[in-house]
Design a protein around this ligand. Structure first.
Ligand code: NDP
Ligand code: 8X3
Length: 252
C-alpha cells in the first residue's frame, strides 16, 4: 500500500531533500513551507519524475490558526498519515545573550518549539485514529550541546530533544514511532537565514571542511523509517567527518 508523508519546511535544504528521497521511495507527499513558488515547483518536479501524488500547503508553522486551517482537513487521499517529518526550523542571529534580538528569539522559539507542537498535536491525533504512524523530528547537536552566542537556538533544540522523548513516551500506546535526528553542520540555507542574508558570513561557516548535505540527512531518515514495525530508531547523531561536536572541527 502506498504510504503518505508530510514534510514541513520542504522549500529548501533538508526538507526538500527529504521530500525527494521519500518520493523516490514511492511515498505520496504533503509538502509545506511559506514560499509558495518553491512548493509549486517541487510538486511539479516530483509528480512528473516519480508519478506520485503531491499536495502543497503554504503556511507559517508559528501561527496556530494557520496550522489548524491547513492541517485539520487534509486533501483527498491523505486520510491516513504514515509519516510526519517535523523539519521546518531556523537559527536567527548569533549573539551573546545580552545582545540578542527579540525578533530573532521569537522566530526561533515560535518556529522550532511552538510550530512543532502545533503541527504534531494535529497530526498525531490523525495517526492515533488510524492506529499508528511515525514522527521524525529534526533536532540538532545544539539539542544536547550549548555553544557561545547560540543560547536561544540551543534552547529551542534542547526543547526539540525533550519533546522527542516526551512524544515517544506518550505515543507508545498508540503504536506511533518517534525518531529524533540530530545533525551537525549541513550546508543548506540555514546559515544564510541565521546571518540574515549575509552570504559571505554564511559561506565562511563551511570554509575548510566538507559539511553534510540535505541528501545525507534524507538518506538517514529513509533508513530510520524503513525499519521493521517492531524497531524504533529513537535517536541518531550525524556529523561531517571533519566535525566532532559543536566546538571541535578540523578545518583544512
Ligand atoms: P533551510 O533554511 O534550508 O530550510 C528551512 C526550512 O524551514 C525551509 O523550508 C523553510 O521554508 C522552513 N521554515 C522556516 N520557518 C518556517 C515557518 N515559520 N513556517 C513554515 N516553514 C518554515 O535550513 P535546513 O534545511 O538546514 O533546516 C531544516 C532543519 O534542520 C531545521 O529545523 C534546522 O534547525 C535543522 N538543522 C539544520 C542544521 C544545519 O546545519 N543546516 C543542523 C542541524 C539541524 P520557508 O522559508 O519557505 O517557510
Ligand atoms: C545546526 C547545527 O552547530 O550550527 O543545528 O547549531 S549548529
Amino acid at each position: 500500500m502506498t504510504k503518505n508523508a508530510i514534510v514541513t519546511g520542504a522549500t529548501s535544504g533538508i526538507g526538500e531533500a527529504t521530500a525527494i528521497a521519500l518520493a523516490e521511495n514511492g511515498y505520496n507527499l504533503i509538502i509545506t513551507g511559506r514560499r509558495v513558488d518553491r512548493l509549486r515547483q517541487l510538486k511539479k518536479t516530483l509528480e512528473a519524475e516519480y508519478g506520485i501524488q503531491v499536495e502543497t500547503l503554504c503556511f507559517d508553522v508559528r501561527d496556530k490558526h494557520q496550522c489548524a486551517a491547513n492541517l485539520e482537513h487534509l486533501p483527498d487521499g491523505f486520510e491516513r498519515i504514515d509519516l510526519l517529518v517535523n523539519n521546518a526550523g531556523l537559527a536567527a542571529g548569533l549573539e551573546h545573550i545580552d545582545q540578542g534580538d527579540l525578533h530573532d528569539w521569537d522566530a526561533m522559539i515560535d518556529t522550532n518549539v511552538k510550530g512543532v507542537l502545533y503541527v504534531t498535536r494535529i497530526i498525531s491525533r490523525k495517526m492515533i485514529e488510524a492506529g499508528g504512524g511515525h514522527i521524525v523530528n529534526i533536532g540538532s547537536i545544539a539539542g544536547t550541546e550549548t555553544y557561545e552566542n547560540g543560547a536561544v537556538y540551543c534552547a529551542s533544540k534542547h526543547a526539540m530533544h525533550a519533546l522527542s522523548q516526551g512524544m515517544h513516551i506518550d505515543l507508545l500506546r498508540h503504536g506511533i514511532r518517534v525518531t529524533e535526528i540530530r545533525p551537525g553542520m549541513v550546508e543548506t540555507e540555514f546559515s544564510l537565514v541565521r546571518f540574515h542574508g549575509n552570504k559571505e558570513r554564511a559561506d565562511n561557516v563551511y570554509t575548510g571542511l566538507e559539511p553534510l548535505t540535505g541528501e545525507d540527512i534524507a538518506e538517514t531518515i529513509i533508513w530510520a523509517v524503513s525499519q521493521p514495525a517492531h524497531v524504533n530508531i529513537s535517536e541518531i547523531v550525524v556529523m561531517p567527518s571533519q566535525q566532532a561536536n559543536a566546538y571541535y572541527s578540523y578545518k583544512k
